[in-house]
Design a protein. Structure first.
Length: 228
């Protein structure tokens, strides 16, 4: 009898479940991870102990934040910038529950115009050099080619006129930051940049100048949307 009572009183693993608000999100967006923690024998919500919200990074589980469990739940809102796996780990409750981790859940982060814009900003101040495609210096089409490849995996040719054939046409009034701007003479595209909003774009303008946010100086341009 004494042994049976002792065994019944032994700490056990909790029943823990991870729910993600989405498993596919645009770069720069947030996902909410929710833990539901219950007693495995009774199904009652657990109060007490902590849940660690963890991400798999560089070959190991990294704890992003620790939250106390109240009435069986804990939640965390995160903004992952790369695709990866997440899990929850209940740290246990002395004399009652043992540390327990959930299986991992993969959250896919997809390219967005926000990511394109962030990549364009990273290179402000770098010099123009004819024929250069980064990362130390750029010409105009080398700049956009590098930005879209590294932010969205889109391969563009190293020529402004050819780049205007990519993506889909968008009205100037509907241009969004992260869209491709192609300056034209007639129908020929001779300069390109990444739209920054408000009539400005990020570009590598000319010899002696640097990558920066510059005013679009002409109405002779087209907008191409490469990233949804």
């Amino acid at each position: 009898m004494t042994t049976a009572v002792a065994e019944a009183a032994s700490p056990t693993h909790v029943a823990i479940k991870l729910t993600a608000s989405t498993t596919k999100l645009a770069w720069g967006s947030a996902v909410t991870l929710t833990a539901r923690v219950n007693d495995p024998a009774t199904g009652a919500a657990v109060t007490g102990g902590n849940v660690q919200f963890q991400a798999w990074r560089n070959g190991g589980w990294k704890t992003w934040q620790t939250k106390a469990v109240s009435n069986g739940t804990a939640s965390y809102r995160a903004t992952p910038y790369v695709t990866g796996s997440f899990r929850l780990k209940y740290t246990g409750l002395s004399g009652k529950y043992i540390s327990t981790a959930t299986p991992s859940t993969r959250v896919n982060v997809v390219a967005s115009r926000a990511k394109v814009l962030a990549e364009a900003r990273k290179h402000v101040g770098k010099s123009y050099r004819y024929g250069a495609s980064g990362p130390g210096s750029f010409d105009c089409s080398g700049f956009t080619m590098y930005v879209y490849r590294n932010s969205a995996g889109i391969k563009l040719p190293h020529k402004a006129n050819s780049q205007q054939k990519y993506g889909k046409a968008v009205a100037k009034s509907s241009a969004q930051p992260g869209d491709l701007i192609v300056i034209r003479s007639g129908s020929y595209g001779y300069h390109v940049g990444v739209y920054a909003g408000g009539g400005y774009f990020y570009d590598s303008p000319k010899p002696g100048a640097k990558v920066g946010k510059h005013k679009i100086w002409t109405s002779s341009y087209v907008v191409r949307r490469l990233v949804g």
